[in-house]
Ligand binder design. Structure first.
Ligand SMILES: *[C@@H]1O[C@H](CO)[C@@H](O)[C@H](O)[C@H]1NC(C)=O
Ligand SMILES: *[C@@H]1O[C@H](CO)[C@@H](O)[C@H](O)[C@H]1NC(C)=O
Ligand SMILES: *[C@@H]1O[C@H](CO)[C@@H](O)[C@H](O)[C@H]1NC(C)=O
Length: 842
């Protein structure tokens, strides 16, 4: 071992000893009174006496109940949590200094609390860490940003703590509550961050960050080209490192190099910052055959807009032992961060590890941070290559704020901050897949309480004349009956009453369901059950009963009834009536004998649908959605399009269900509706959950995923599959891009479909899944093209059949209409086939 390494090791050793001796690490297992070991460390219960912290009010200590899922590393710690219904804080006595603080939020149900329903702020030492935080939203955002399925949120901060010690305050939003599963507080070395860093686009200019009074939040920490490193591999701060391929823009452009031999830190300080393993692997430019490498290796990271970022790049030349072999340019957010960059020269040799920090600020509209390494025009082609070993992205506070509010953007406009509306998923299937999958999807599939925006615009507006869909008016009449009675709608509709459905007595409902007999349950959703029932006159119906404990507000329930009774269409599941006696909130729907579309695709042992039946079902569902989108003057966005919300009747006619809580579309002067993210993981439009801006194109995206599901007959998220296949949309998209969708078609179709129709089908899905909502087709266009798919298939079937009779005469039977290209942007009604026009006219 060389003297340099020895020196480094001994410094690290002393430092660690110092920290341990001074007890500068506090690990709290919230809601528990015992100590547990997890992640190679001992965690203290926050009830345990004699600890160096106090709690302002006890709140509720809760042990995990019901769920069998536990985290691989933090399992023992995640078996309890602390809930607060009042503003409460932990006061932790620590010496002044720089600290790393981690807050763990493991969403689960603890007794009467469901963590998914909590909304709260957290402040620490004057820094706002989160605001209107909802753990489900955060999970959805993170899963999307990192392209993986995440089960718990761990937020990591670096804060300067003064003489008054550390106070972590939890402040529930009105009507809600706060929770925390675990807290880590660790002293860090003073040199974790350098205050002066390179400014991106500043041509070598250095900038003071003023970190002594700014907070830092870790956004990403990636071992570029290498494996994930568990938190236990960092003895000092237990920082986990993740892999980078999910963030690469084009994986082909880069290749991996590795070298585990005697790597040394250039600066001994770095030994505490980064495990040496991070430097043992790197990505370089791919395609060695190309001498003239004129492309960038690019990564894209979703981040929070309107914050400052510190981007830390870790370098170590692993291959060349002389300079001028790899010279490149570094771009951050498409601006030059460094030019003429030669890692060998900067490090002073091969196998020498160091990092370099860059600063950039992100504008209000930007939701992603780009990192690109590419050729430097100043250098000769032979030296063109790039290299990167590790990457960290830190967000810096602005005016004491680190919080980015994901979903509850409109809290300010909210007039009655009553608890959000809860919703029952009609026919949601019980017990899907493995235990852990149920827990994970539990977060996504079952909607959480979200704060509902009561839109001023809705209340003011009284559209002229009569509209077939008067959703917003119906809502208005419940929220403000007096105003409604003056409106034009009220004049038209009051004579027939706002409710078109039939009013049932609770006695009738009990008779229909044999007093809510469990054997009649045909579906269970997040907030109640659906029963099969038979009315006195012999009609079979589906009866959705809200669990009274869930506290769905009466007002919301009434709104739902009024909305539903206005929506009538052959491809929407019809509401027959309702019952609101004795605090019951019950909706009665037409019974859909064949159940969900999903149950006919996989997992239920039902005989497979033919290709024609599948396309028919898609066309039916597309009609229903098209009607929702265009039938009202502002249209309705379904928000939760998935195969369990597409139901089939006796004759396999598909109808859309569960549109009761859909949002009205944007008004003319808006392009989107801002809203809490809601929907089902695997179907969610990535643009929607990054921006929380809802448009009808989000439904189009989800419908695209449905189309893939119909073709491939597998779940949209299947964690039992290899990593690159877990997410159906991504996996199938890769095949579609190579025009090989056929290879992953449901084998039970047994090739009984026309490849022409499949080709067209694939093109439609590809359009629906476009990254940018604006380039997705409208539902009307999707419908039009699906009809064409059906025609292609039927023509093919006719030809196949006639061939089998030995006559080739009908072979060239032609398609009766020609097609426009799938357009981008708004639909034009005049170009629609007559069937669509009918939909609109009725
Ligand atoms: C701690 O937990 C044990 C076992 O659950 C219990 O018997 C004891 O009373 C608890 N102590 C306190 C202080 O809550
Ligand atoms: C690499 O990325 C930068 C910034 O986005 C861009 O200006 C440059 O043209 C790209 N270079 C190549 C070769 O694509
Ligand atoms: C930055 O570059 C990437 C990749 O070349 C591109 O997709 C992105 O739109 C660019 N961003 C801006 C703000 O120009």
């Amino acid at each position: 071992m060389s003297p340099v390494v020895l020196a480094v090791v001994s410094i690290a050793f002393i430092n660690l000893q110092f920290l341990q001796a001074h007890g500068s690490e506090l690990l709290l297992n919230c809601g528990s009174n015992g100590t547990v070991d997890a992640d190679g460390r001992r965690w203290n219960g926050d009830i345990a006496p004699g600890s160096n912290f106090t709690l302002s009010s006890p709140g509720f200590a809760a042990s995990l109940t019901g769920n069998s899922y536990t985290d691989e590393i933090f399992g023992p710690v995640y078996r309890s949590a602390r809930f607060f219904n009042l503003t409460s804080w932990y006061h932790i006595s620590v010496l002044p200094g720089n600290y790393c603080i981690r807050l763990h939020f493991f969403p689960s149900t603890f007794g009467n609390f469901s963590a998914n329903n909590s909304v709260f702020d957290v402040t620490a030492s004057g820094f706002k860490l989160v605001s209107k935080f909802n753990v489900s939203e955060e999970i959805v955002w993170r899963s999307s940003a990192s392209n993986s399925v995440i089960s718990a949120v761990v937020k990591e901060y670096f804060l300067v703590i003064g003489v008054r010690g550390l106070q972590i305050e939890f402040d529930p939003s009105p009507g809600s509550f706060a929770f925390v599963t675990a807290i880590e507080v660790m002293l860090t070395p003073d040199n974790l961050f350098n205050d002066t860093v390179n400014k991106v686009g500043g041509a070598g200019e250095q900038l003071p960050l003023g970190l002594s009074n700014r907070g830092v939040e870790t956004m990403y920490r990636l071992n570029i080209g290498g494996p994930a490193l568990k938190s236990s591999s960092d003895q000092y701060l237990h920082r986990p490192w993740y892999t980078d391929e999910a963030f690469m823009f084009s994986t082909n452009a880069a290749q991996i190099v590795s070298n585990a031999s005697s790597i040394m830190y250039v600066s001994s300080n770095d030994s505490l910052l980064v495990p040496i393993d991070v430097y043992e692997t790197a990505r370089i430019m791919g395609n060695n055959m190309v001498v003239d490498k004129r492309f960038n290796v690019s990564w894209r990271f979703y981040v929070h807009p309107n914050f400052d970022y510190l981007v830390r790049l870790h370098f170590c030349e692993l291959v060349y032992d002389k300079p001028n072999q790899r010279i490149f340019k570094i771009y951050i957010n498409n601006k030059t961060a460094a030019e003429n960059y030669d890692v060998y020269v900067r490090a002073g040799g091969i196998n020498k590890a160091y990092h370099e920090d860059y600063f950039d600020d992100l504008p209000l509209q930007a939701d992603s941070l780009w990192l690109q390494l590419g050729p430097d025009s100043m250098t000769s082609a032979s030296g063109t290559d790039a290299l990167l070993n590790g990457l960290e992205i830190f967000k810096l506070s602005k005016n004491g704020n680190l919080a980015y509010v994901l979903g509850h953007i409109d809290m300010a406009n909210q007039r009655d901050s009553s608890k959000g509306k809860k919703k029952i998923d009609l026919w949601e299937e019980v017990g899907i897949g493995s235990a852990s999958f149920v827990v994970l999807t539990g977060v996504f599939l079952f909607s959480w309480c979200y704060i509902r925006k009561k839109r001023k615009a809705v209340d003011k507006e009284a559209p002229p004349g009569w509209h077939p869909l008067v959703l917003h008016e119906a809502m208005k009449s419940t929220t403000d009956a007096r105003a409604a009675s003056k409106s034009s709608l009220a004049r038209n509709a009051s004579s027939i009453g706002h409710r078109m459905g039939r009013r049932f007595s609770i006695a009738e409902i009990r008779a229909a369901t044999k007093n809510f007999d469990e054997s009649l349950v045909i579906g269970t959703g997040g907030f109640g059950k659906v029963y099969k029932g038979e009315l006195g006159e012999g009609t079979t119906v589906a009866i959705k009963r809200a669990n009274p404990l869930c506290g769905q507000g009466l007002k919301e329930f009434e709104t739902e009834i009024e909305m539903l009774s206005k929506l009538r269409h052959r491809h929407l599941v019809a509401m027959i009536g309702y019952c609101e006696e004795q605090k019951e909130m019950i909706l009665v729907y037409e019974y859909m004998a064949k159940g969900t579309l999903r149950s006919h695709l996989y997992g239920n042992g039902l005989s497979p649908l033919t290709w024609k039946q599948r396309i028919d079902a898609c066309i039916g569902a597309a009609r229903g959605l098209h009607y929702l989108h265009t039938g009202a003057d502002r249209g309705i966005i379904h928000r939760d399009v998935k195969t369990t919300n597409i139901l089939l009747d006796d004759n396999f006619v598909a109808k859309i269900a569960d549109f009761g809580l859909s949002k009205t579309g944007p008004t003319l002067d808006q392009t989107h509706v801002s809203t809490a993210v809601k929907g089902s993981f695997g179907y969610l439009d990535p643009e929607y959950f990054r921006r929380q801006q809802l448009t009808q194109k989000s439904d189009v995206y989800s419908f695209g995923v449905v189309l893939f599901e119909v073709a491939c007959a597998r779940p949209v998220i299947d964690p039992t599959l290899p990593k690159d296949q877990i997410n159906l949309a991504e996996w199938a998209m890769r095949w579609q891009r190579q025009r090989s969708l056929e290879a992953i078609m449901d084998p039970r179709l047994d090739g009984d479909f026309s490849s022409e129709s499949l080709k067209k089908f694939g093109e439609i899905v590809e359009k629906c899944l476009a990254d940018d909502g604006r380039s997705r087709p409208s539902m009307g266009e999707v419908l039009w093209h699906l009809e064409y798919v059906l025609q292609l298939h039927e023509t093919y079937k006719r030809n196949v059949d006639s061939e089998s009779f030995g006559s080739g005469e009908l072979r060239f039977a032609d398609i009766s209409f020609s097609l426009p290209h799938i357009g981008e942007g708004e639909e034009e009604l005049h170009s629609k086939p007559s069937s669509i026009r009918e939909e609109l006219d009725t």
